[in-house]
Write a protein that binds this ligand. Structure first.
Ligand code: PHE
Length: 456
């Protein structure tokens, strides 16, 4: 084992870094539009149930594997099984997480790049140029420009690399300690602005009153996929962050805090966005373009919109940045632990590889838009593969590992270390947790996978 492996300097450091990973484009870009398309409050309720019965148990399991082994996903699984054959099998499960990290980064940093580019657009005041501004055309003209999409993606990746380069304590932890409070502060300003707009109540109603007619089997599976994506589960990010955690800190308490913060931020972001969208009399279900096409119009209609537009895109970029660093960290940790690479070298090499893999995604909106694999552009394929296949499959394997393979006594012994929460330490709670991991999550995740592969 690597003796110089760093740890978080404090429990707060872990909570902020892990919520930084969880809170990202998934909360602020994806959650509102997916909820908008699936009946608002009804979808939110289904999503909350999925988070409680699948997300939370899998999150505990992932952090537990990381903290127990103090290793990256491949090393961690290898360390916990005995026979050669199982070592090979379970390290490839860890390896799948590392590949998933690249696949996610390749489309994530493209959307994050748009957000970064939109900070510039909002500062320039272009949204407010009433004579010529058309937000749909503006967005289309930006993303159809290959130089722009590749440039903003590359700048965003460079920012990610700088933070990961600085290390666990000085980069990721310090960065999260500055960026996360800033994110909370900006979001509070935005939601206060949103809900005090005239006509905001229709947006608030949309979030509060469920329209069950919009809920289909697909929306349930979508909610489950979203719960995974937003909690950064199924690819080893939480496992890796857990590996820098000390045995003095409690996994159940930290896990609950992370889920609470992640869910709270998604709800507040939804509230801020929908109250503003409804107040401006616009459509809440405009899909992925909600943020880049609908919101700029919303800003032009609200008092102080110029400043709020800048704040909004800074918020989105910060959220994406603290998630992207966790994606890159998974790969870096693997090369540092397993192959004894220097951290700096791993960051530069894999940062550059991520930039290169992301380029076809950045070009999926222009030069490569007609170049399709299985009917999907590179960008759509990367998103589909990660959210619908790699993350659920990873989550399934993690549940099976902790539920069936590791051994109950070891699982219980390890999860109790550092526990300060008397309720969560009760034997029956732990038993219920394990039963969820053994049966409920594998079955439900299996259904998601089947559905994704169009098998029913
Ligand atoms: N949780 C992040 C978000 O919601 C995305 C992510 C997924 C990050 C998987 C790391 C690992 O945006």
């Amino acid at each position: 084992m690597n003796l110089q492996r760093e740890n978080w300097s404090s429990k707060l450091g872990f909570i902020l870094a892990a919520s930084g990973s969880a809170i990202g484009l998934g909360n602020i870009w994806k959650f509102p539009y997916v909820a908008g398309e699936n009946g608002g409050a009804a979808f939110i309720i289904v999503y909350l149930i999925c988070t409680a019965i699948i997300g939370l148990p899998v999150l505990f399991a992932e952090i537990l594997i990381g903290r127990t082994t103090q290793l990256n996903p491949v090393g961690a699984f290898k360390n916990l099984v005995a026979s050669q054959n199982s070592k090979l099998f379970w390290s490839s499960v860890g390896g799948m997480g590392i590949i998933a990290g690249f696949v996610i980064l390749s489309f994530y940093s493209v959307v994050a790049g748009w957000s970064l580019g939109y900070i510039y657009e909002s500062v320039s005041g272009v949204f407010f140029n009433a004579e010529i501004f058309n937000s749909d055309e503006h967005f289309s003209s930006l993303i159809s420009n290959p130089i722009w999409t590749v440039l903003v993606h590359t700048v965003f990746m460079a920012l990610t690399m700088i933070i990961v380069f600085l290390g666990v304590q000085n980069g990721i932890e310090k960065g999260s300690k500055i960026l996360m409070p800033l994110l909370f502060f900006i979001l509070i300003l935005l939601v206060l602005r949103g809900i005090t707009l005239e006509g905001a109540n229709k947006g608030i109603e949309f979030i509060l009153y469920p329209d069950w007619s919009k809920i289909t089997v697909n929306s349930i599976l979508e909610a489950l996929g979203q719960a995974f994506f937003t909690l950064s589960l199924g690819m080893g990010a939480m496992l890796t962050y857990g590996s820098y955690m000390s045995e003095k800190d409690s996994i159940p308490t930290s896990g609950l805090q992370i889920v609470f913060l992640d869910t709270l931020i998604a709800l507040i972001a939804g509230l801020a966005i929908f109250s503003a969208v409804f107040a401006a009399n616009l459509n809440p279900n405009s899909g992925p373009g909600l943020i880049f096409q609908t919101l700029p119009i919303v800003f032009t209609k609200m008092p102080g919109g110029y400043y709020f537009s800048i704040l909004f895109f800074i918020l989105l970029t910060i959220a994406a940045l603290t998630s992207a660093i966790s994606l890159l960290e998974v790969v870096v940790a693997f090369f540092v632990d397993e192959l004894s690479w220097k951290r700096n070298r791993a960051v530069v090499v894999f940062g550059l590889i991520s930039i290169i893999i992301g380029i076809p995604s950045a070009l999926s909106f222009n030069i490569l838009s007609d170049y399709k694999i299985l009917g999907l552009t590179w960008f759509d394929l990367a998103e589909f593969l990660s959210s619908n296949i790699l993350l659920p499959l990873g989550g399934l394997m993690i549940s099976v590992f902790v539920g069936w393979i590791w051994g109950k006594s070891k699982v219980f012994e390890n999860i109790k270390k550092g526990s300060e929460n008397i309720f969560l330490e009760k034997k029956w709670i732990l038993e219920v947790w394990l039963i969820f991991l053994k049966f409920l999550s594998p079955i439900l995740i299996f259904l998601v996978l089947f559905r994704s592969l169009n098998l029913f």
